[in-house]
Design a protein around this ligand. Structure first.
Ligand SMILES: Cc1cc2nc3c(=O)[nH]c(=O)nc-3n(C[C@H](O)[C@H](O)[C@H](O)COP(=O)(O)OP(=O)(O)OC[C@H]3O[C@@H](n4cnc5c(N)ncnc54)[C@H](O)[C@@H]3O)c2cc1C
Length: 424
């Protein structure tokens, strides 16, 4: 039982408790250490263990191995995975991310061939959007897919792909349109199996999030059958918009657990450590950092649940995009503040590998870069805000708050442009 159980149904609570128990009892801290030392390049044993508990892709129909639940269940589960760090959180999330494409846009054959074995951890998956030329501008993709009979030949590169080493297949966005095609319709999503000839070129030495097989993929005329298109040719842009929901929701939810774990380590430390004759938690300078962190964690959880409930209740389009972007940006940036406070509370020992906070800090820093940077989240949030505002202005549903100002009638003072500046 936890204090926010009231936000979850009985079934959602049961899942959350199952994941919590699984993480506590079945995950050997040795795995995290080996991953952080790059001794494990891809954590297959973790995925196999989660799949044995039937905990992957909770949102998807039972027929494909899911549990037919909603986002609320999934984020509650992910918060429990979160203390294991970003690399394992990402592995837990990947079937949910790639599964979204199969579930929403895939054929029955694709679900049978890829979704089902992915949720059973018989196949390992990855998503390849980012290119060396850039990740923020999705529609600038240069990886090309040219038609060759019934197949397509893919040529190009993707980088920073988690699972570049270890995944059996990749969801790859490639350009199928030419310069006359509108950017929105120029990209197609393919399922590309590693064995079709994908080369993993380079594994990165990462600051954190190690052990997930992050690398660069090279496609040199990789032959992909047309049956491996998800949706239809040119539909990649539309699918991408949908895929940003699981990408960003999982990022937001995973860091809740990581931040919570850091706060708990710091809280316990502050209750044991003494300075100037008192436990340090009795010094306001320390306990107020704990207070700040607890509040930020609750606010992050609240905004993430709000986004989850919005999707579960059928919201889609701009409102959904805005709420998900807000949750992603807020939870990741505040997660960083929480881990930072935790390090400060622990003092020097927090900066060593005696405690896990330095690893959490290294992990957390990635969370507001990947799956869309904070700046890109802001682009979406302001775009959707103004769209809504202009709609409200048109519908005249806005109360005129300007009229509440004492001198609101002074229209000569309401100058917005040079043309408004009248001299008469
Ligand atoms: C460890 C790791 C794992 C990753 N895993 C994956 C993965 O599995 N699959 C995958 O496809 N990608 C993955 N990524 C890529 C990640 O999503 C991108 O790094 C991210 O989207 C940013 O792209 P970029 O690095 O090319 O930076 P750029 O797009 O070049 O951006 C550089 C900077 O400019 C800012 N910027 C760009 N455009 C604007 C704008 N219009 N307004 C304001 N600021 C802007 C950005 O916010 C950023 O601060 C991973 C990255 C890392 C580091």
């Amino acid at each position: 039982m936890v204090y926010y159980d009231f936000m979850l149904s009985e079934r959602e609570n049961k899942i959350k408790e199952q994941v919590r128990k699984f993480v506590k009892e079945k995950i050997d801290p040795g795995l995290l250490k080996k991953m952080d030392r790059d001794e494990v390049q891809f954590p297959t044993e973790f995925l196999t263990a989660v799949a044995e508990e039937n905990l992957l892709g909770l949102r998807f129909p039972k027929k494909w191995g899911g549990q037919g639940m909603g986002w609320t269940a999934e984020i509650a589960a992910l918060e429990e995975i979160g203390p294991l760090g970003l690399a394992l959180g990402c592995q837990y999330s990947m079937p949910s991310i790639v599964g979204e494409a199969f579930d929403k846009f895939g054929t029955e054959e694709q679900k049978e061939k890829y979704l089902k074995p992915t949720l059973e951890a018989r196949l390992f998956s990855a998503e390849a959007l980012t290119e060396p030329r850039g990740g923020s501008n999705f529609f600038g993709a240069t990886t090309k897919a040219t038609k060759d009979g019934d197949d397509y030949l893919l040529t190009g590169q993707k980088r920073f792909v988690i699972g570049a080493e270890g995944a059996d297949y990749f969801l790859v966005y490639a350009r199928t349109g030419d310069s006359s095609t509108s950017p929105k319709d120029a990209i197609t999503l393919f399922v590309v199996e590693k064995d079709m000839g994908v080369e993993t070129k380079y594994l990165y030495n990462l600051l954190g999030c190690r052990g997930g097989g992050a690398g660069r993929l090279i496609f040199n005329k990789v032959r992909v059958p047309k049956e491996n298109i998800i949706g239809s040719e040119g539909e990649g842009g539309r699918i991408f918009y949908q895929m940003m929901i699981p990408e960003r929701m999982t990022s937001a939810a995973g860091v809740l657990g990581l931040a919570r774990a850091a706060l708990d380590v710091a809280g316990i430390y502050s209750a044991k450590r003494k300075q100037f004759g008192k436990h340090i938690r009795e010094w306001q300078g320390v306990s107020f950092k704990i207070a700040e962190s607890q509040m930020l964690l609750d606010a992050s959880r609240a905004i993430t649940y709000m986004a989850a409930k919005a999707i579960d209740s059928g919201q889609s389009g701009g409102t959904c995009r805005r709420l998900v972007s807000e949750a992603k940006r807020f939870a990741t940036e505040k997660g960083w503040d929480i881990v930072n406070h935790a390090m400060q509370v622990c003092g020097g020992i927090g900066y060593t590998q005696i405690y896990p906070i330095e690893r959490m800090l290294r992990d957390m820093r990635l969370s507001f870069i990947w799956t869309g940077t904070s700046e890109i989240m802001n682009l979406i949030i302001q775009h959707e805000y103004y769209k809504d505002l202009f709609e409200k202005m048109k519908s005249e549903s806005l109360r005129d708050s300007e009229a509440d100002a004492m001198d609101s009638g002074e229209s000569d003072e309401k100058v917005f442009t040079a043309e408004d500046q009248r001299l008469d």
